[in-house]
Design a protein around this ligand. Structure first.
Ligand code: G6P
Length: 612
C-alpha cells in the first residue's frame, strides 16, 4: 500500500528518495511523486500515474532538482482514481507546502467545505489534499512548520502517517503518525522518514519507531519528537539487524520464487532455538506468560486476514489436536465490528506478516479494550501489532517482498505447531509424543527442499493449466486450509478464478462446475482420511475433471486416477501443510509467469493493507 520516504541531510535528496520508494514497490501502488526543495529555494513537484519508472522518465535534469530536502510517495488509490493529479505530494493553494500521506482523513469532506468557503481551490479528489490546504491555511498566521502541522492534525479525524515540507521554513522536515506506521532513520548528519524500514535500511540501521500521536521535527543537525500536546518525547533508538540479500532478488527472476526457495531456511529459523529437547517441549519466551498462566488457557481466538487467516485455520487443527484447547478463527474485518464475546481464560492471538494490517490492528485494539490478553505472531520487528500486543512470537522469516505471501505462511504455521506442542505438553501430551513430534519437525526443512527439487516437473504441470479460466482446490482436515491457500495464490497472481473447498463438500455445489476443462488440484496425502479423499477423486474423474494430485511419496495408486501427481515426503498429519502447500505455491508462480504477468506486484493488490 502507500509508501512514504523523506530525506533531510547533506546529500541530494532526489536519488535517495526515489531509490527509497522503489524499495517500497513491493507493497503495491498505482502512482508516485516527489517534492524537492531545491538549493534555490524552489519547491519542485513531479507526479505520475503508473510505475515509478514513469516518474523517473518525467524528471528534469538532476541539476534542476538538486536539493537536500525532499519527500516521495507511492500511492494506492482510495479517494480518487490512480491519476497523476491524485498522486502525492499534495500542495496548498500557494504551493509552498508539500505533503505525503498514508491513511485516511475521515472528516475531509467537512474540512474541505470550510476551506472552500474560505476560497481554497482543490485540484484533486483526495482526502490528503485537504490536509495540505489546511496546513497552508493555518500557515498564514504562523511561521513554525511543526506548530502548524500540530494544530492541523488536532483538527483531523482518521489515520495518518505524513511527511511535510514548507518552502517558507526550508530547513525542516516534519512527520507525524496516528494509526499508520512511520519511522525516523538516523544517519550520519542526515535523517530519513519512512513508512517501511526497507526503504532506508541501506543508509542506516538506527531507527525510531514513532508512536501514535507523535510528531518529529527534523532540522539539518537535530531532531525532536513531541506529542500532539507538545510534550517532548524521549524516544528509544533501535538498531535493526539487517542482511542486504533479504531485499535483493539475487539470481531469482522474482522475489516470490526466491522466497518460495528460502523456505527450508525460513522454516528452520522459525523453530531454531525454540525446541527444548530435554523436556520434549518448546519455549516461546516472547509470550511473556508464566507456565501457570499458559496452563489456565481454556480457549484461543485467532484473528487474521488473507494468507495469515489460512495459517490460523491450520493452527486451529494443530492446536485442537495437540492441546485439546478450543480454537476459534475469524477474519479481523468481521471480528472488529461484531462486538465479539471473549470469555475469561481466552487468549486472543493475532497473526499478521506485516504487523500493520489495519483490520487486524483494529481487531486487536478491540480485544484489548475488552480486557483480553492479546498476543501477536508477526514477521516485521517493531511493527505496530508487535509493539501493542501483550506478548508474542516473531516468525523470523526475513523480509517478504512478493505480494503473494509464501515463506511467511509456512513460518506462521511452524510457530502455530510450536504453540500446539507447548500447550499440549502442559496438558495431556506425553514426553514421548513431544519428542517424536519435535524430531519430525526438524526433518521438515530437508523435506521442503526435496519438493523444491521437483520445480521443473511442477513447471511442466503449470503449462497444462495456464490457459484455464477456473480451478478448484480440494483438501480435507488441516489440508483444507491449504486448498484455500493454493486457490488464493493462483487467483492473486494469475487472475484465474480459483476456489478452495473441503473435498467432501464438493458434491454440494462445486461438482456442477466440473468438466474436461476444469483443473482440480487435490491434496491427498496418505493419512487416516486418504480413502475418503480417493472416493472424492473418483467423483471428479467420473465427470472428466482434470486431476492434479499432491500425494505422498510411494503412493502407487493415485496415478491411475490423476492426470498429474506431485509427490511430497511423508510426515505426520499436523505437519503435512508445511509440505503440501509448497507445490501449490510453485504451481501458482509458474502459471502466472507463463501468462506473462507481474508476479511480484499483481494488479490491485497491496502487500500490507493499512486501510480498512
Ligand atoms: C494483503 C496481502 C496478503 C496478506 C494479507 C494480510 O492482502 O496481499 O498477502 O496475507 O494482506 O496481511 P498480514 O500482513 O496481516 O499478514
Amino acid at each position: 500500500m502507500c509508501g512514504i520516504v523523506g530525506y533531510l541531510g547533506k546529500r541530494n535528496a532526489a536519488p535517495i528518495i526515489i531509490e527509497g520508494i522503489k524499495r517500497l514497490e513491493y507493497r503495491g501502488y498505482d502512482s508516485s511523486g516527489i517534492a524537492i526543495l531545491t538549493k534555490n529555494g524552489e519547491m519542485k513537484l513531479h507526479k505520475e500515474a503508473g510505475k515509478i519508472i514513469e516518474l523517473e522518465r518525467s524528471l528534469p535534469a538532476p541539476s534542476d532538482i538538486a536539493g537536500k530536502l525532499g519527500i516521495a510517495h507511492t500511492r494506492w488509490a482510495t479517494h480518487g482514481g490512480p491519476t497523476a493529479i491524485n498522486a502525492h505530494p499534495h500542495t496548498c493553494c500557494e504551493n509552498h507546502i508539500a505533503l505525503v500521506h498514508n491513511g485516511i482523513i475521515e472528516n475531509y469532506l467537512n474540512l474541505k467545505k470550510k476551506l472552500l468557503e474560505k476560497g481554497h481551490v482543490f485540484k484533486s479528489d483526495t482526502d490528503t489534499e485537504v490536509l495540505a490546504h489546511l496546513i497552508g491555511h493555518l500557515a498564514k498566521d504562523k511561521y513554525d512548520l511543526s506548530e502548524i502541522v500540530r494544530e492541523a492534525l488536532n483538527l483531523v479525524e482518521g489515520t495518518f502517517g505524513i511527511a511535510v515540507i514548507d518552502k517558507n521554513d526550508p530547513n525542516k522536515l516534519v512527520a507525524a503518525r496516528r494509526g499508520s506506521p512511520l519511522i525516523l532513520g538516523i544517519g550520519d548528519n542526515e535523517y530519513f522518514v519512512t513508512s517501511d524500514v526497507n526503504a532506508i535500511i541501506i543508509h542506516t540501521n538506527k531507527v525510531i519507531y514513532l508512536q501514535d500521536n507523535e510528531i518529529v521535527t527534523i532540522t539539518p543537525d537535530n531532531f525532536e519528537i513531541t506529542t500532539m500536546d507538545n510534550e517532548i518525547v524521549d524516544a528509544k533508538i533501535s538498531e535493526i539487524d539487517w542482511d542486504v540479500s533479504s531485499i535483493e532478488k539475487g539470481d531469482y527472476e522474482h522475489f516470490m520464487l526466491k522466497e518460495i526457495f528460502e523456505q527450508p531456511t525460513s522454516v528452520y529459523n522459525a523453530f531454531r532455538g525454540r525446541l527444548n529437547k530435554k523436556l520434549s517441549t518448546v519455549r516461546l519466551g516472547g509470550l511473556g506468560m508464566t507456565g501457570e498462566e499458559i496452563r489456565r488457557i481454556k480457549r484461543l481466538q485467532i484473528i487474521a486476514c488473507g494468507t495469515s487467516w489460512h495459517s490460523a485455520l491450520i493452527g486451529k487443527h494443530i492446536i485442537e489436536n495437540l492441546a485439546r484447547i478450543q480454537v476459534e478463527v475469524e477474519y479481523a474485518s468481521e471480528y472488529r465490528y461484531r462486538n465479539p464475546i471473549i470469555p475469561a481464560d481466552t487468549i486472543v492471538l493475532f497473526i499478521s506478516q506485516s504487523g500493520e494490517t489495519a483490520d487486524t490492528l483494529a481487531a486487536m485494539r478491540e480485544a484489548k479494550a475488552k480486557g483480553a490478553r492479546v498476543l501477536g505472531i508477526t514477521n516485521v520487528i517493531g511493527s505496530t501489532i508487535a509493539r501493542e500486543s501483550d506478548g508474542g512470537v516473531y516468525i523470523h522469516a526475513g523480509t517478504e517482498i512478493g505480494v503473494a505471501s509464501t515463506k511467511a505462511f509456512t513460518s506462521q504455521v511452524t510457530i502455530l505447531t510450536l504453540l500446539g506442542v507447548l500447550l499440549g505438553r502442559m496438558k495431556d501430551l506425553s514426553p514421548t509424543f513431544g519428542a517424536s513430534f519435535i524430531k519430525e519437525l526438524e526433518k521438515i526443512p530437508e523435506k521442503i527442499q526435496r519438493i523444491l527439487d521437483d520445480n521443473d516437473k511442477i513447471l511442466e504441470i503449470a503449462k497444462t493449466i495456464k490457459d484455464s479460466s477456473n480451478a478448484l482446490y480440494l483438501g480435507r482436515g488441516a489440508n483444507y486450509p491449504v486448498a484455500l491457500e493454493g486457490a488464493l495464490k493462483l487467483k492473486e497472481i494469475s487472475y484465474i478464478h480459483a476456489e478452495g473447498y473441503p473435498a467432501a463438500e464438493m458434491k454440494h455445489g462445486p461438482i456442477a462446475l466440473i468438466d474436461e476443462n476444469m483443473p482440480v488440484i487435490v491434496i491427498a496425502p496418505e493419512d487416516a482420511i486418504y480413502d475418503k479423499i480417493i472416493s472424492n477423486l473418483q467423483e471428479v474423474k467420473a465427470r472428466q475433471g482434470r486431476i492434479i494430485s499432491i500425494a505422498t511419496e510411494g503412493d502407487d495408486k493415485i496415478s491411475d486416477i490423476s492426470e498429474n501427481v506431485i509427490f511430497v515426503p511423508k510426515t505426520i498429519h499436523s505437519l503435512q501443510p508445511l509440505l503440501t502447500v509448497i507445490p501449490l505455491q510453485l504451481l501458482a508462480y509458474h502459471v502466472a509467469n507463463l501468462r506473462g504477468l507481474d508476479v511480484d506486484q499483481p494488479r490491485n493488490l497491496a502487500k500490507s493493507v493499512t486501510v480498512e
